[in-house]
Design a protein around this ligand. Structure first.
Ligand code: GDP
Ligand code: IMO
Ligand code: MG
Length: 430
């Protein structure tokens, strides 16, 4: 069997958690391949909302295996909190959850260093979630990280203490005020204590050689869906660098983050919102600083699932979307949050950019340049609520025109239209 992939084509929060949950009954395994608890994936069903950070979004279906791959980074304490929440919701997460021994651990001092580096950047801050993502991936690439498999070794504490000391030296070299540093409102020592205690929960999970696990499952006929985190525009290589995350969020991350050979990749489902949002800093050509942006934020409840920060809002950016489709080899598009535009008289879509006297219909390296201006085409709104629509034929004609326009511009079919946050508010077009 092949590995299908579902990932975000914008700056994250496209609704990946919801759609993975909708897809889960079709797959035997759901696998996360990159990122860490910077992700916040929201699922809604039976009137309840659930937010996952590290655990794959297939966890609510009893018959599906869930895998946290080697490319993911894990904060044992955040992970433990997720596990506890699942138990509180009568979900038994241990039975179907597998974790790669090669996944790296986010140490409390990685979170310290995230704060140190962000402070040092001053006005050029990334707007990181401060979950320790950058410093943990840095240690991985520097060949000095700590992996899940290490917690099973006798010398773990020694390794931990060496890293801790080394990180503290870095913080001191930056003249960081360690006395006033807090993690999630707790003093460092307090946080470290609960972090170390949470290792027991991680140890009690199914820790596996995940590349063997997944390839054996595939050989035996299992179907796999790889669940992306963040979005293509936050990719370390192709995103709006340096305002990106520290992993490959694109389809290539599936190969390195799970141990899957490229020819095993099947369909690639690319998610995008009917408009655009971004949390944190960095370029966003179609951002709206006016009342319209405010309306999008209000009607889309655009506040971060991980940090609660208000998301920046703007119109759909087709050059950026086409770029993301190219990088990922997207076979199917999924449009989410179309219902958020229900009350808009007119919707604007960016079809190209003006860059000085030049016109650009692609996503250029000069994306950080303030000279880059979006060129819009107006589309008529549908001015009717679609949240109760169950079939494609019932969707308003103006929304179908919007969808057909996107399909014509991107040359990829829109296979699913999401019309609300609930599992059931999903319209299949295939
Ligand atoms: P993810 O990180 O890609 O999983 O997305 P988030 O969960 O961070 O953010 C998406 C938000 O939009 C969540 O609150 C979802 O419940 C919600 N959502 C998903 N799809 C839709 C949709 O089609 N319409 C509306 N109104 N909300 C949606
Ligand atoms: P999901 O999976 C939206 C953003 C942060 C910041 C930048 C770097 O829910 O779509 P990091 O913590 O990785 O150092 O932050 O990336 N960011 C996200 N934005 N959704 C996410 O994940 C994100 N994960 C990171 O806001 O701008
Ligand atoms: Mg999110």
């Amino acid at each position: 069997m092949k590995v299908d992939v579902l990932l975000g084509l914008q700056w994250g929060d496209e609704g990946k958690g919801k759609i993975v949950d909708v897809f889960t009954p079709k797959y035997d395994i759901i696998a996360r391949f990159q990122g860490g608890p910077n992700a916040g994936h929201t699922l809604e069903f039976n009137g309840q909302k659930h937010v996952l950070h590290t655990i794959p979004s297939g966890i609510f279906h009893a018959h599906t295996k869930n895998l946290i791959g080697n490319g993911v980074i894990i904060d044992p304490y955040i992970f433990e909190q997720e596990i506890e929440k699942l138990y509180a919701n009568n979900i038994e997460p241990k039975k179907n959850l597998y974790i790669s021994k090669k996944a790296h651990l986010i140490l409390p001092t990685h979170r310290l260093l995230d704060a140190v580096y962000e402070q040092d950047k001053g006005g050029e801050k990334i707007g990181s979630t401060l979950k320790g993502i950058g410093p943990t991936y840095t240690d991985k690439v520097n060949r000095s990280g700590v992996r899940v498999g290490d917690i099973l070794n006798e010398n773990f504490k020694l390794k931990y203490n060496q890293k801790r000391e080394n990180h503290f030296q870095i913080a001191k070299a930056y003249n960081f005020d360690l006395n006033n540093f807090k993690i999630d409102g707790k003093s460092f020592e307090e946080y470290e204590k609960i972090w170390l205690a949470s290792l027991d929960t991680l140890k009690s999970m199914k820790l596996v050689d995940s590349e063997h696990f997944i390839n054996t499952e595939l050989k035996n006929g299992a179907s796999v869906l790889a669940e992306g985190a963040q979005g293509t525009m936050l990719d370390i290589d192709f995103g709006s660098y340096p305002f990106v995350t520290s992993s490959n969020t694109i389809v290539s991350g599936v190969c390195s983050g799970l141990g899957i050979a490229p020819q095993k990749i099947g369909r690639v489902f690319g998610l995008f919102k009917a408009y655009c949002t971004r949390v944190g800093n960095g370029p966003f050509p179609t951002e709206l600083h006016d009342q319209v942006g405010e309306e999008l934020r209000k009607s889309g409840h655009e506040f971060g699932a991980t940090t609660g920060r208000p998301r920046r809002c703007g119109w759909l950016d087709l050059p950026a979307l086409k770029y993301a489709i190219m990088l990922n080899g997207v076979t199917d598009l999924i449009i989410t949050k179309s219902d958020v535009l229900d009350d808009f008289e007119t919707i604007q879509v960016c079809t190209e950019y003006n860059y000085g006297s030049q016109k650009m219909d692609y996503f250029p390296n000069e994306i950080n340049d303030a000279k880059l201006e979006p060129v819009y085409q107006a589309v008529k709104g549908w001015k009717t609520s679609i949240v109760k629509v169950k079939k494609e034929e019932e969707l308003p004609e103006n929304l179908m025109d919007y969808i057909r326009f996107i399909e014509q511009q991107t040359e990829v079919p829109v296979s699913i239209v999401s019309v609300g946050p609930d599992r059931n508010q999903t319209i299949f077009r295939f």
